[in-house]
Design a protein around this ligand. Structure first.
Ligand SMILES: CC(C)(COP(=O)(O)OP(=O)(O)OC[C@H]1O[C@@H](n2cnc3c(N)ncnc32)[C@H](O)[C@@H]1OP(=O)(O)O)[C@@H](O)C(=O)NCCC(=O)NCCS
Length: 170
């Protein structure tokens, strides 16, 4: 595991992060009103102040292979709705590494960074149709007062295109 500022990321690590983000998320962006733009995503992923925590591993079964990013979280201390927060920009794991507690572990680290820095909340955005919404709920995240709201139809509730979630840090 390594912790690196966005501007200090090795080009190959940044490329691996981008490829993983694209692999996991491109389809969801395409289904949303945002659409997918590699250029916009590359710019966003290099935004000033972002910090990356990288999980790297050698490709199995080749012991001679070089290490690749297999998961990462990116975040920064910022202001949202006139409040200081730690904002989680990305949390991405390769599919083979999900459901082992790594997502929770990475979020725990940035929450701990937030609380030790005196930031009262952790915030993030998640697509309404992303199953990760339930993961965040499980970890105590709830929609902010200014998050888009679900639509109540006669027989079902349609989630908004995205949620803005928050969790108070102690
Ligand atoms: C979202 C993601 C990071 C979760 O990481 P993970 O390592 O698989 O999650 P964890 O194993 O730490 O799970 C923590 C808890 O959430 C639950 N959980 C995880 N994914 C879930 C899901 N899709 N639906 C419901 N619960 C889920 C786990 O069962 C676990 O519950 P527990 O409290 O009973 O132990 C991972 O699924 C992922 O990379 N998804 C693709 C990228 C993505 O959508 N990222 C979020 C963008 S906003």
């Amino acid at each position: 595991m390594s912790i690196v500022k966005a501007e200090d990321l090795l080009a190959i690590d940044f490329l691996n992060c981008f490829e993983l983000q694209k692999l996991n998320m491109m389809q969801m962006y395409k289904l949303s009103s945002l659409g997918w733009s590699s250029t916009d995503k590359l710019l966003e992923m290099k935004e000033q102040g972002l910090i990356y925590i990288l999980l790297k591993a050698k490709a199995f079964p080749d012991p001679g292979a070089s290490e690749k990013v297999v998961g990462f979280i990116s975040f920064k201390a910022t202001w949202e709705n006139e409040e200081p927060v730690v904002y989680c920009y990305e949390l991405q794991l390769r599919s083979q590494l999900r459901n082992f507690g790594l997502g929770r572990y990475l979020l725990d680290i940035i929450e701990s960074f937030g609380s030790k820095s005196g930031l009262p909340k952790c915030m993030l955005t998640v697509f309404g149709h992303n199953p990760a919404y339930e993961f965040y709920q499980r970890l105590g995240y709830t929609p902010t007062s200014f998050s888009p709201k679900p639509t109540q139809l006669r027989k079902r509730i349609i989630p908004p295109s995205y949620w803005i979630l928050e969790k108070a840090l102690s």
